[in-house]
Design a protein around this ligand. Structure first.
Ligand code: GLP
Length: 247
């Protein structure tokens, strides 16, 4: 679809897209059981995680030798806080599959010093041999991870200030009160993300259609951070019909 560098696959529903991505991950894991996976949070990947859990339970997938790195984490809350992305991942994936605890990597939102924590994370990714497959969601404003639209972007893992829209989008994790969503978060940078060997991005619903078309066929701009994914040679965007409306 289109002459963009980004390949787009359109599915009839979120569920079919999630199943298709789970199948792709299954193939990557068959070829390389020690796959290093980059993982997102948000509502979007939940059907994917459900599918991975079902495949693992029925013995059609084996996550026991994988290593994972999550994209981002809120700043100022600990891993045990129910709103943390660490807790989200435990609920939706890690509590249900046999990934070794020491192979699960997170940015620490309670670290003493943000810059040192970001450097530690970049080092851990490098020590693991880099990320083989990065799965991404997409903010309605075009953010990936917590790389928010603005005049500049940070290349590497950094402390980011969240837009009011992004705090509202994450309010469900904090009793539906955007005021309780931390104002800052740690996030892989666009260069960190672009270093993954392969990238899959999921986006569903009309709310995401403007960001999807900017990502696929817009100019590269810091006002839509996902547009930088066009620089990567192996990106597949998996969307439903409503998210594909602008293409
Ligand atoms: C958050 C996360 C992003 C995610 C986005 C989309 O802001 N930091 O990584 O892609 O939300 O969320 P949802 O999938 O709920 O629309």
């Amino acid at each position: 679809m289109s002459n963009s560098a980004v390949s787009v696959s359109v599915f009839s529903s979120e569920r079919t897209a999630a199943r298709a991505l789970a199948e792709r991950l299954q193939r990557h894991l068959e070829a390389n059981p020690g796959l290093v996976l980059g993982l997102p949070t948000g509502r979007t990947p939940i059907p994917l995680y459900e599918r991975l859990v079902a495949l693992q339970r029925s013995g059609r997938l084996d996550l026991s030798r994988t290593t994972t790195f999550n994209l981002d984490e809120f700043w100022g809350i600990g891993p045990d806080h129910p709103g943390s992305y660490r807790s989200f991942m435990a609920r939706h994936l890690f509590d249900h599959v046999p990934i070794r605890r020491e192979a699960i990597h997170f940015l620490d939102g309670r670290a003493d010093e943000a810059a040192a924590e970001c450097a530690r994370y970049e080092g851990a990714i490098a020590d693991a041999g880099g990320i083989d497959v990065q799965v991404l969601g997409l903010g309605a404003n075009g953010h990936v991870g917590f790389n928010e639209p603005g005049q500049v972007l940070c290349a590497r893992t950094h402390l980011a200030r969240l837009k009011p829209q992004t705090r509202r989008a994450n309010a469900a994790l904090f009793g539906n009160d955007p005021g309780l969503v931390p104002a800052q978060a740690l996030s892989m940078g666009m260069a960190t993300i672009l270093q993954a060997r392969r990238i899959y991005l999921l986006a569903f619903g009309r709310r995401k259609s403007r960001a999807v078309s900017g990502l696929v066929k817009g100019p590269l701009t810091t006002r839509l951070p996902a547009s930088f994914l066009q620089l990567h040679p192996h990106v597949e965007v998996l969307v439903d019909h409503s998210a594909a409306e602008g293409l």
